[in-house]
Write a protein that binds this ligand. Structure first.
Ligand code: XLS
Ligand code: NI
Ligand code: NI
Length: 441
């Protein structure tokens, strides 16, 4: 059901229909057919697509060289609460017209931050009631909430990892507030992205102590939320750098090691973002695989980077080859644990029409849908799975199996190697695998 507020913001745009790949209607899905079943689940259930509040309704296209270019009609009132309500109206209108079921937010995306934390909390309280009603009327849900502990200048030296305890306490207060807000809106998960949890210079930084503090904060947040009855999953969103020179949740492997060290691995999983993976010199599918191997593939922030430059450009996903490789991991690991696909992406600075945000999300959803269908075909009707299994067949019986079972020692290996002589070369067949994606697209 489409939910418009008093004013309709995206005038002239109705609900986005699925019209199939022959359609040339730019405001229709060509591949994302929510009810279509793929390997036992509908696309809607596989993806749980979410709109990111910050990019779609707050960010106005500003960059380090100039102010925002996008003028939002919901941003007109001089009263911050009225502005926030208009913004919420726009958000529910966009989400329901797209036919999505979810959104994600930071606390201060919902309403402008006030001078004091207390005043911000009052404003958020007001917005919680407003949003709860809109949720009820539309059926739209919260995939995850989070606290923005990186924009306010008070966090310039970090939040939970700040060397000043007063700032750490302030971050704790803000995280508590964001947790309360997420729970009040029945959020299914809660995210920690360590925006400024890292360092600009190691010369002035006690890294070990800061990491202990970060773990302490996560432990306190978990204990608080669980005591309030929160059943959802906490996600760490790894990113190697930006805004800090180095961020502690560098990549999936680093975050998993950290969670295990501090005994947080039962409550926390990972939220993998495409452009963060590439910033860490990994591929998206690499990060997904690392998380999936540990049973920690919780959620995805969908976007893409730019091959010519090295920052978090947060563009909408369009790369079918990249996303198909990701969907192979996704399907083979049984999908996401609790999370969904959040479009953590923004339209370009010179995309200034209100309808551009529709084109962006339609393109993103279609890219994931087409990639999912391609991955399904590769898995179910190509030689892909058999080829991969055969590559490891030498461990399925005999001495190879004994090795896997831990029945051999290094001396045994040496004896086997001497008996067997120099192994034959077995081709890795990379090009044959690579061609499968094009074949099934
Ligand atoms: C920034 C992050 C951020 C998180 C939420 O790079 O992607 O948007 O997803 O704080
Ligand atoms: Ni993100
Ligand atoms: Ni990001």
């Amino acid at each position: 059901m489409i939910l418009t507020g008093e004013k309709e913001f995206y005038k002239g745009i109705g609900p986005v229909p699925f019209e199939g790949k022959e359609s040339d209607n730019p405001l229709a899905y060509k591949h994302y057919n929510p009810e279509q079943r793929v390997m036992g689940k509908s696309m809607r259930e596989h993806f749980k697509f979410a709109v990111a509040y910050w990019h779609s309704f707050c960010g106005q296209g500003g960059d380090p060289f100039g102010p925002g270019t996008q003028q939002f009609p919901w941003d007109q009132s001089s009263d911050p609460l009225q502005r926030a309500r208009d913004k919420a109206d726009a958000a529910f209108e966009l989400i329901t017209k797209l036919g999505f079921d979810y959104f994600c937010f930071h606390d201060v995306d919902l309403v402008d931050e006030a001078e004091s934390l207390l005043e911000t909390e009052k404003r958020l309280h007001h917005m919680t009631e407003y949003l709860a009603e809109k949720k009820k009327a539309s059926g739209v849900k919260v995939l995850w909430g989070t606290a923005n502990c990186f924009s306010n200048p008070v966090y310039m030296n970090g939040a939970a990892t700040n060397p000043d305890f007063k700032v750490v306490a302030r971050a704790g207060a803000q995280i508590k507030m964001a947790l309360d807000l997420t729970m009040a809106l029945e959020g299914e998960n809660y995210v920690f992205w360590g925006g400024r949890e890292g360092y600009m210079s190691l010369l002035n930084t006690d890294m070990g102590r800061e990491l202990d503090h970060m773990a302490q904060m996560l432990t306190m947040a978990r204990d608080y939320a669980r005591a309030q009855g929160f059943k959802g999953t906490f996600f760490i969103e790894p990113k190697p750098m930006e805004p800090m020179k180095h961020q502690y949740d560098f990549d999936a492997a680093t975050a998993i090691g950290f969670l295990r060290k501090y005994g947080l691995e039962k409550d926390f999983k990972l939220n993998i973002e495409v452009n963060h993976a590439t910033l860490a010199q990994h591929s998206f599918e690499h990060e997904l695989t690392v998380a999936a191997n540990e049973g920690m593939l919780g959620s995805i922030d969908a976007n893409r980077g730019d091959h010519q430059n090295g920052w978090d450009t947060d563009q909408f996903p369009v790369n079918l080859y990249e996303v198909t490789e990701a969907m192979l991991v996704f399907l083979q690991s049984g999908g996401l644990q609790g999370g969904g696909i959040n479009f953590d992406a923004k339209i370009r600075r010179n995309s200034t029409d209100l309808e551009d945000i529709f084109h962006a999300h339609i393109g993103g959803a279609d890219t994931f849908a087409r990639a999912l269908l391609t991955a399904e075909k590769i898995i179910t009707s190509s030689e892909y799975s058999r080829l991969r299994e055969e590559r490891y067949a030498s461990f399925d019986s005999g001495k190879g199996k004994d090795f896997e079972k831990g029945k051999l020692g290094l001396k045994d290996l040496a004896k086997i190697a001497l008996e067997e002589g120099t192994p034959h070369r077995i081709s890795g067949k990379q090009e044959r695998y690579e061609n499968l994606i094009n074949q099934f697209l």
